[in-house]
Structure formats: C-alpha cells, structure tokens
Write a protein that binds this ligand. Sequence first.
Ligand code: AMP
Ligand code: GLY
Length: 418
Amino acid sequence: MNILILGGGGREHALAWAIRQNPKCDRLIVAPGNAGIANVAECAALNIESRADVLEFAQQNAIDFVVIGPEAPLAAGVSDALRDAGFLTFGPSQAAAQLEASKTFTKEVCDACNAPTAAWARFDNGAEARDYVTAQGAPIVIKADGLAAGKGVTVAETIEQAHGAIDAIFDGEFGDTSVVIEEFMEGEEASFFILSDGTDCLPVGTAQDHKRVGEGDTGPNTGGMGAYSPAPVLTEALQDQVMERIVRPTVAEMARRGTPFQGVLYAGLMIKDGTARLVEYNVRFGDPECQVLMMRLGGQILDLLLACAEGQLAQARVSWADDHAMTVVMAAKGYPGAYEKGSVIGGLKDLQEDSFQMTFHAGTADRDGATVAAGGRVLTCTGRGANLSQAHQRAYAQVEAIDWPQGFCRRDIGWRAL
Ligand code: AMP
Ligand code: GLY
C-alpha cells in the first residue's frame, strides 16, 4: 500500500513511525515532513493546503491511502477533494471540520444533542458583548470564533480583562470574526481521542498535556510542552459517560445534519465531581498528544485508520497494552514568543531509539548533513514503560542525551500524575 501523510510536525513523525511498522505499508511519503521524518519515510515538498496540488501529487504517486495530520488542510477541504476523486482518506470533510474551525458551530451542535458544555452566548458587536460580560461577572471566558492557532481564548479573571479581550477581537486581531463568551468551568482538564467513521465510534486513548510554557503551569500558553497517556482522571466509567453523553450524540447529530464526521475527534474535557463537560473539539490528533498515543498503539494504528476511512469501525478493536507513555517537548529558547532558527542540534545520531524511546522531530531541517532547529517546538522526547515513572525516566534520558544549548524544556511534565 502507498500511503501519504500530510504534515510535518511531531504528530506526523509519530504517525509515520507507527504506520511504518505495519506490514501493509509499502511506500510511505510525508509532505512536507522534516529531518526526523526523513529517517522513516520519503519527504516531499507540497502545498498541503492546496486541494489541486495534493490531488495531483496523490495521482502521480499512485497513493492508496491519505492521512491528514493538521487542521489547516481539513479546514481547506483537502479531504473532500481527495474523496471526490476516489482516494481513501482519513480526516473529516470541510463541513465536519467546523467542529474545530468554528466555536459557534460546536456550541450549536452541543445544544442540539444536549451534550454538557459551558453556557455560552455569541456577539457580532463589541458593545453588546461588553454589556453581557458586565452582567455575568468574572471569571469568564472570551473566545474569537474562528481558528486562531490556539491564541484566540482568554480566561479572564476580571471584567476589565474580559473587556480588553473583546476589544482586541473587534479591533481585528484575529481577522473578521465574532466573539463567543462562555461560563468559566472549574476542574481538571483531560483529552479523549475517538475515531469515528460517521456512524460508529472507537476510543483510541486519553492524555493530559501541559499548555503553559513554564514549570508549575505558569507563563504564556503554547501548543503544548508535554503530555502523557493514559490520563488517570479519565477513568473507564468517565470515558463511558463521555461516550454516552457527548461523543455519540455529537456523531449522531453530525450525521443527522448530512455532514457525518469521519476522522479522529479530540475532545477537550473539564472534569469535576465525577462529571465531564466539553471544553472544545479538535478534528485531528493533538500535537504532542499524538506522540504518546502512537507510542502506545504502534503499528495497529494503520488498521484502525483504514477501518475508520472505510466505514468499518464496528468491526475494529484496539489491542491495549497495560503501558504508559510520556513526551517532553524541547523548544527553541524564546518560544512561544520570538525565537531563532538554524541552531545545530547534537547527540541525535547516538540516541537509542526503539518502541520504548523515540525522539520525534517537531520542527527540524537538514543543513549539509546536520540537523538544525526550524521551528518553535523542535523535538518531542517520548518514553514508554510499564508505569508513568518509567516512561518519565526514558523521556528525560533522551533530553539529557541531546546537545542543544539553544533549546529548553519543562522539567515537570506529568507532575499531576506522578
Ligand atoms: P480552547 O481553545 O477552546 O481549547 O481553549 C483553550 C483553553 O482555555 C482550554 O484548554 C482551557 O484551559 C481554557 N478554557 C476554554 N474554555 C473554557 C471554559 N469555558 N472554562 C474554563 N476554561 C476554559
Ligand atoms: N496540544 C494541543 C493541540 O494539539 O491542540
């Protein structure tokens, strides 16, 4: 089978690494890929947000299966173009990808199927939004409606802060958008990943991440500085509750609307007193959450993604090991603010890499045979073991072995669960 993965981050390195282990995989191409992905697959330069370019590439390379990693090509309708042309594709349609691309859309779906989530209101006008906040009081959550690369959300502690966030949105900081204002939910956050073929659902793992850049969960938000799986807070009973009250109703509502969801649903949950409420959906694997999931699932992921794309999830089963995984992100100093690119990373060639320890590349490039930093999040050092402390020890052993003075990581990944 000839397989094409779209994307070039740590998530796609982990997907490629796992898919490569499945004997069904003959040829594996990742576009655009990165220096680490080049060790497990062919990399190809391609504008992955262009329907026409991706389609032409898939035709020219006799691709049998396309796996779409990031949200941007999904929001651009690349999966629709591929499926219309007859390519077996993993990833939701543009219409179904609205579950991530539009906060209003998700809230309306939740209301229609009675899925528990924060109370909300939407405004197209700053003055009304400000008045609503004044009436509701703080803390309160202000969100730009569209995709904002994780930067469109303000958890406001005070009314003044909330008003400032509303003004920034209507000043056009996130383009032409409206504002969604939500009740502040207290609790512990966890992520739940579920494959859906449009009708049937199959959970493929839980994880918790660390969004803040600094130790002790301080400082600005990032794309994620580390993650671990499973998330102890998402017990089996709670997973059943979430499937029953949130995930299955959402999948049924999407089908009822004529826009079935096919792909991975990443449910961000807030858990308090044995009850989970939905914070948000993403329509792709998380990065770096994917790294810990792939480390645990290994080569079977290809069979699961194929079953999902073929509408055969009812017959699919995950074979679980009683294991734990942790990933630690190494980022360029300055991230999530300004940072430099191009510094040389040493020690990678001597790393022992196997099914218990893998350094997945998030933002790297090859420069005359040397691996250099090419992004904010650069490496994701991932360990697996019989328990979380073993996974932790293996992840940090890779951090220690990597010689990259221009990088940094959080030393406390997993503190909540360890
Ligand atoms: P989102 O982009 O919607 O995932 O929001 C980013 C982060 O903001 C979430 O991971 C939560 O930590 C926080 N957040 C979003 N909405 C709420 C809410 N209604 N209550 C409390 N925290 C929230
Ligand atoms: N790690 C958070 C995300 O992928 O959205």
